[in-house]
Each structure stands twice: as C-alpha cells, then as structure tokens.
Design a protein around this ligand. Structure first.
Ligand code: 13P
Length: 252
C-alpha cells in the first residue's frame, strides 16, 4: 500500500519574523489537504515563535547536535528543539555535509540522538554531478545510507530519507523519471535489508528543484513518498500547489 505523502519545506537561511505570516498561510491552506503530511523546517531562531503561532502544524529544525548538552558553542540539542516546539529535524543535508564537513558517522549520531528522544528525522543523501556523470550515483548514495542510518528504527518517531542530488538543488535541473525511480528503488531495497518489513514504512522523499510544474510527475514515481522542498517552500503560493499535487497523487 502506498504510504501517506510527506511534503516538507526547508527554509534554509531564509526567514525573519515577518515571514511567519507566510508559514501561517501555509499551515492554514494545508488543512485543505488532510491526506498529506505537511511540515516546515524553519531557521532555529524562528522555531519557537512558529510553533507557538501554529500549534497544530509540524514545525521542524534543519539540524541538531548529537550530544545531550555540553561545551558546544553555537549548537542546539534535541531537548532544546523539543522545548522550542519542534517535532522534526533534518539531518545530513548536503549543504552541511559540504560546508560543515559533516561525515556519515556524524549524521548517524544526530539521527540516532533525535530518534531516541522522540524527534522525527529526515535524513538526507545525494550525489554530486561528478559522481552522477561517472555512473556511480546509486552506489554512492547507498554507501551514504549505510554510513548514516541509525542501527534501529524507533517505534515512536519516524525516520524518512530524502534523496537530494546535489546538482539538482536550487538549479532548476532535475533527474529524469527513470533516474529518480532507480535511486528510490535502490534506497527502498537497502532499507528492507537493514530493517526488514519496517523498511517499507520509511518514507523516501525526493528533493531538488521541486516546483508546482514538476511535482505531479515526481509524485507519480514508485517509491516517491513525498518531497523536501527548498526555494518553493518560502511562499504559500509556490508551496501549496506542491501539497495539492501530493494530495491528488494519493487520490485525495
Ligand atoms: O535542498 C533542498 C531542500 O532541502 C532543495 O532545494 P530547492 O528546492 O531550492 O532546489
């Protein structure tokens, strides 16, 4: 049976207090699509205000530290995210894997810490253009998964995987339908190998230049259980049509 779709926005380093009006519009309009799970991962400084203003809507973070507490200047723990009202966090985004040199091992620690303390996780993987062009995309992404997946799935909180080819992020380029299908199927297979039947319940999101104009086609691909959306999640007028596409692909 098809999984419920999850459409999550990643605001990255965008958004000031005034933009909470946009989050509010997204939360309100998402109610028209009860068959789809919708979330916004806002900058950490906006989490508390967004969560207070939108108590029935899922607000997430974009990163978390793996340690419970301690001498980690500038970092934010799972408990702090909970306390601020987040119920979800992204880990391992390629922008952090690159700029902050986050390793698979570190991403795994973050995912494990978040899941064990009741925060849902969207764990990102994805290949560079150089890797795609030399034909090593699937083995690279599966290797990233092997290094970054937690050892066990939590029974209380949810793990989702986001496949985000780096060359498709913010570029307007997207892989072909066949390339997305091949990658999502390889990810599904690995999840089954790792977690047995529970691997079938892990949602696999596609991310990278998702827009209203390509969402219908992307959501129709097997094993695409939603999307992680960057630029097009900043405005309700861009984001809600993507939620609507997810709803229509699920038949409601
Ligand atoms: O990185 C992304 C989401 O995490 C994708 O960003 P864009 O949708 O802007 O390409």
């Amino acid at each position: 049976m098809a999984l419920r779709k999850l459409v999550a926005g990643n605001w990255k380093m965008h958004g000031l207090s005034a933009d909470l009006a946009e989050a509010k519009a997204i939360a309100e309009q998402s109610k028209d699509y009860p068959g789809v799970d919708v979330a916004l991962c806002v900058p950490s400084i906006l989490i508390e205000r967004a969560a207070r203003a939108l108590p029935d809507f899922t607000i997430g973070a974009q990163d978390v530290h793996h340690a419970e507490k301690g001498a980690h200047t500038g970092c934010i723990s799972v408990q702090m995210l909970h306390d601020a009202g987040a119920s979800l966090t992204i880990v391992g985004h390629s922008e952090r894997r690159e700029a902050q040199r986050e390793s698979d091992e570190e991403v795994k620690s973050k995912a494990t810490a978040a899941l064990s303390c009741g925060l849902a996780v969207i764990l990102c993987v994805g290949e560079s253009l150089e890797v795609r062009e030399r034909g090593a995309a699937v083995e690279t992404v599966v290797g990233q998964l092997d290094g970054s997946l937690p050892h066990v799935l939590s029974s209380e909180t949810e793990l989702a995987i986001a496949y985000e080819p780096i060359w498709a992020i913010g570029t307007g380029k997207i892989p072909t339908v066949d390339e997305i299908a091949e990658m999502h199927s390889a990810i599904r297979q690995r999840l089954r190998e790792r977690f047995g039947a529970d691997g079938d319940q892990v949602r696999i999101l596609y991310g990278g230049s998702v827009k209203a104009s390509n969402a219908v086609e992307i959501f129709a691909i097997a094993d695409v259980d939603g999307a992680l959306v960057g630029g097009a999640s900043l405005k309700a007028t861009d984001f809600i049509p993507i939620v609507a596409a997810a709803a229509s692909s699920s038949g409601g």
